[in-house]
Design a protein around this ligand. Structure first.
Ligand code: HEC
Ligand code: HEC
Ligand code: HEC
Ligand code: HEC
Length: 161
């Protein structure tokens, strides 16, 4: 009798574990990924055009290869952290060759990773917006600016022109 109960208990535990693992896997699949600003262009043409004209679109350009691993004395952050999209986050910029699409302060540097949002149809998105539902994209958080624009640092003075 006891043996049978133990087997049942183990079986039950296995089912629970299975459910836990499955839930976890699904949760992982639910995470949005960084896709790069060009993917936003087709639906947000005007915003894209305005962004492309400004400094954020070219923020990676002044960095030299040797700056990649350099750490800023004052902020203790790596140089690249503020000159790219999603540095240090899952699926964010990590390699200048592999991640060319994120070598910019792109849309997703302020709005967060956008794959799930961009995968929906404009029609569905407009419908969701009308109902006040989840568009799977963040409205930009003003705190995000401060991560890179530290008001106590004069970058021109620090790094020259
Ligand atoms: C398939 C078309 C499509 C793509 C691709 C797309 N969007 Fe959108 N987006 C929409 C639509 C449609 C809306 C909601 C209706 C509206 O505001 O016009 C919207 C709304 C938004 C909003 C406003 C959210 C709010 O709370 O009101 C932001 C921010 C946004 N998109 C950013 C992005 C970013 C960043 C990307 C690229 C990663 C992107 N979108 C890609 C169609 C798209
Ligand atoms: C991931 C880091 C990062 C974030 C987040 C960020 N910035 Fe920037 N920003 C930069 C860098 C780097 C530059 C310099 C780009 C260049 O000119 O080479 C810049 C330049 C600018 C400029 C001057 C250049 C121009 O053409 O407009 C303004 C204004 C600005 N940022 C405002 C903001 C605001 C407002 C926010 C938040 C809504 C913000 N930034 C968020 C990194 C960032
Ligand atoms: C904490 C975020 C941050 C870090 C770390 C950082 N930068 Fe910047 N960098 C910025 C911002 C924001 C600007 C734009 C500032 C402005 O225009 O006032 C900028 C501007 C610059 C510019 C001038 C760009 C232009 O077109 O005018 C250069 C060059 C630069 N950074 C190189 C570096 C290097 C090299 C490092 C590492 C030693 C570094 N940055 C570290 C945020 C950062
Ligand atoms: C430097 C940070 C930053 C970047 C980069 C950025 N945004 Fe935004 N975005 C904002 C902020 C802040 C707001 C809210 C403005 C407001 O409340 O009026 C906003 C608003 C929006 C909105 C809704 C309002 C509108 O104007 O339609 C959309 C859509 C949007 N952004 C899409 C994009 C797309 C697409 C890109 C890239 C091409 C992009 N954003 C790049 C900070 C940013």
């Amino acid at each position: 009798m006891k043996g049978k109960k133990a087997v049942l208990a183990v079986g039950f535990a296995a089912v629970l574990l299975g459910a836990f693992v499955a839930a976890h896997l699904f949760a992982e699949g639910d995470e949005a990924e960084f896709i790069g600003s060009k993917k936003c262009r087709k639906c947000h043409f005007k915003v894209y055009r305005d962004w492309a004209k400004r400094g954020h679109a070219k923020a990676f350009e002044p960095l030299k290869p040797e700056d990649m691993d350099k750490v800023c004395d004052k902020t203790k952050k790596k140089c690249v952290a503020c000159h790219v999209t999603g540095y240090g986050k899952p699926g964010g910029f990590s390699d200048p060759e592999k991640d060319k699409h994120l070598a910019e302060v792109g849309c997703e540097a302020c709005h967060g990773p956008g794959s799930l949002h961009a995968d929906m149809s404009p029609r569905d998105l407009r419908e969701i917006k009308k109902k006040g539902g989840d568009l799977k994209i963040k409205m930009a958080d003003p705190e995000a600016c401060v991560y890179c624009h530290n008001p106590h640092i004069n970058f021109k003075e620090l790094y020259g022109e």
